[in-house]
Design a protein around this ligand. Sequence first.
Ligand code: COA
Length: 296
Amino acid sequence: MVPFTPGRLKPDQVECPLPDPLSIRLLNYSDIPAAMRLKEAAGWNQTEADWRRLLALAPDACFGIDCDGVLAATMTAISYADDLAWIGMVLTAPEFRNRGFARALMRHTLDHLRCSGVSWVKLDATEMGARIYSDFNFQFECAVERWLRPAGEIPATVSGCPGQPLEIASIASRDTFGISRRLLLDALLRSGGVSLNGSGFALWRPGSFAHQFGPCVATGADIAERLLRVALHANAGRPLVWDLAPQNAGAVQLASQYGFQPTRRLSRMACVLRPGAPPVQAAMDSIFALAGFEYG
Ligand SMILES: CC(C)(COP(=O)(O)OP(=O)(O)OC[C@H]1O[C@@H](n2cnc3c(N)ncnc32)[C@H](O)[C@@H]1OP(=O)(O)O)[C@@H](O)C(=O)NCCC(=O)NCCS
């Protein structure tokens, strides 16, 4: 056997005990407790409800690898129509790392998406993941950050109205993400949200160590601020995380002003599966909070 040299061989050249492709399988709802153990080992914020949502949104593209009778690695890919799929939950249990599981799942997931006719794939990469994705021709697109606000004082006055699904759907369909994410937004809206006179909306949901603010789409920072203040009240007494693109200076300014601190920096990366397909570009100046690293 050719000895494995990390970083020097391309995935297809590596001769090492990669898992049999047949051992990659679809995840199902009974995998959620094991999937929760994987995300806990990585210190991530998702809940069982997040796994359920991913399985509901992508029943044919949530994959896992079993090893020694346990779930060892996962990867999910939500397709937002044929134009774009979003990969998330790239996790390998610490005891199973460096065996090529994440690379095998990536190869399998990209093959699946290619066969399904998807044009572009994106993801938000941690430093650990980015090296793997570069080998699959993912290119850096922009930085994304996680900001955290500990539970604490919230501003005294807010205005806004409870989330109105129809209005949120109509704002969302104005293409700020570059593509409709109607199904995702409908699913996230069940946890909580607010909209403001057709000029913006914000959603929030529970997390395991902090509630999550986002997505938040607004025509300007003044609207985003009003939405944020409603969200702070709705999530009072809980730490709140906010994923944002630092190129949206208004989002950074608001996050600082309201007591959030940056805690993690990731790289948004994109890979074209159908050469020549038009790029899917989000209007980052209108996106004040991302939906989350697993959703974009
Ligand atoms: C990132 C992560 C998913 C990688 O999972 P993994 O299954 O260990 O990944 P792989 O084994 O496919 O590849 C990892 C490395 O091991 C190397 N490798 C693959 N097979 C190997 C083998 N048989 N022997 C030694 N090394 C091997 C790969 O080349 C790669 O090396 P590199 O880091 O120099 O590029 C895992 O470390 C993890 O769960 N981290 C925490 C969560 C996280 O950050 N996820 C990514 C989110 S974007």
